[in-house]
Design a protein around this ligand. Structure first.
Ligand SMILES: Nc1ncnc2c1ncn2[C@@H]1O[C@H](COP(=O)(O)OP(=O)(O)O)[C@@H](O)[C@H]1O
Ligand code: SF4
Ligand SMILES: [Mg+2]
Length: 325
């Protein structure tokens, strides 16, 4: 089946000021989002998740590669982008920042409808979107201001604003990172319900692998501008193939089958991408001799790891699983 959204060898580069080197924030990503799935994009802060999400939304133009929508390359004319932005909606990280404090809930949700000149009864459309986001009865919230709502309710208003436009895809960037643990579960349950009831496709961007575990059908792990592992959630969690994924998993409290891993070395810097495997300066398998025992240590240091083909939908950019099987 053609993916609804796809990145092919996508790269986004931010030029440095003056003599500063450029930052390769996204550096050759291949990723497919399938219709009707929840795909979690995970990785440490700074690894390029938001930049990749923005590129998929057409908000930044790639330096290389392309974004494909339903199999066709994304067009960047304002007309193309306007239609596209109705189909693919962004839900932002911080609900208080995403909402105008002087705007009522009704106005906030109606805004997108007006921009896109959506036909139909506005009150009805706003009400339906709020109800779908779990704010019921919707009329009760029409005249509320953001400060009168809880954090969870505010996030629901932001989600309702996206739903009002009947999108095919929602891209949610750290949708629950500013919320309390109890509310977090409710918002994640809402995303699951929207996928099941509306057939919505959701790309959840998060630094929290534990969160991905709870909602995602598939997981893509990013490190320094690249997807280094990707696969069905159960497979990635039960049998992580990339040493970086193992390290991330080892600090998730619910996960007990991966021994604790402490990552050595400097945090990654997209202005200085290491040669060879970009994870090699921090790789525990290289440090503890596993890579040397497998005869790949030299390759780790000098040879770029190709984007590996999927084996039952599970792939990792590491020489190790290739030689160990
Ligand atoms: N507008 C920008 N100008 C320059 N550098 C940027 C810009 N946006 C992001 N970056 C850099 O790109 C890298 C990836 O950032 P980002 O995509 O926000 O990561 P994440 O969402 O995973 O935390 C970081 O090193 C960040 O400093
Ligand atoms: S390719 Fe080598 S350095 Fe890179 S993650 Fe695998 S073992 Fe570690
Ligand atoms: Mg981010």
């Amino acid at each position: 089946m053609t993916p609804v959204l796809e990145a092919r060898d996508l790269a986004v580069v931010f030029r440095g000021r003056g003599r500063e080197p450029a930052a390769r924030a996204v550096d050759g990503v291949d990723l497919a989002v399938r219709r009707g799935e929840i795909l979690a994009l995970v990785g440490e802060s700074g690894c390029g998740k938001t930049t990749l999400a923005r590129a998929l939304l057409g908000l930044v133009r790639p330096a290389r590669g392309e974004v494909r929508v339903d199999g066709a390359p994304l067009g960047y004319s304002s007309r193309d982008l306007k239609g596209y932005r109705r189909r693919v909606q962004l839900v932002l990280q911080d609900p208080s920042g995403a909402l105008n404090p002087r705007q009522t809930v009704y106005e906030a949700v109606a805004e997108g409808l007006r921009i896109h000149r959506v036909a139909g009864d506005e009150r009805e459309l706003v009400g339906r979107a709020l109800a779908r986001a779990g704010l019921r009865p919707p009329e009760r919230f029409f005249l509320s201001f953001p400060h009168e709502l809880s954090g969870g309710q505010r996030q629901r208003v932001v989600i309702a604003g996206a739903l009002a436009l009947d999108p095919e895809v929602i891209v949610a960037d750290e949708p629950v990172s500013s919320l309390d643990a109890s509310v977090r579960g409710e918002i994640l349950a809402l995303l699951l319900r929207l996928r099941d009831e509306l057939g919505l496709t959701v790309l959840v961007v998060t630094h929290d692998l534990g969160l991905a575990w709870n909602v995602a059908d598939r997981i893509a792990v990013m490190y320094l501008g690249r997807v280094v592992e990707e696969g069905p959630t159960e497979q990635v969690l039960a049998e992580p193939r990339h040493p970086y994924t193992r390290a991330l998993l080892s600090v998730v409290p619910e996960i007990r089958h991966v021994a604790p891993v402490v990552l050595a070395g400097e945090p990654p810097d997209p202005t200085r991408v290491p040669a060879g495997c970009r994870f090699h300066p921090r790789c525990p398998a290289l440090a503890d001799g596993t890579a040397a025992a497998a005869g790949i240590a030299e390759r780790c240091r000098v040879e770029p790891v190709p984007v590996l083909p999927a084996d039952q939908g599970h792939r990792a950019a590491c020489f190790l699983p290739l030689v160990s099987r």
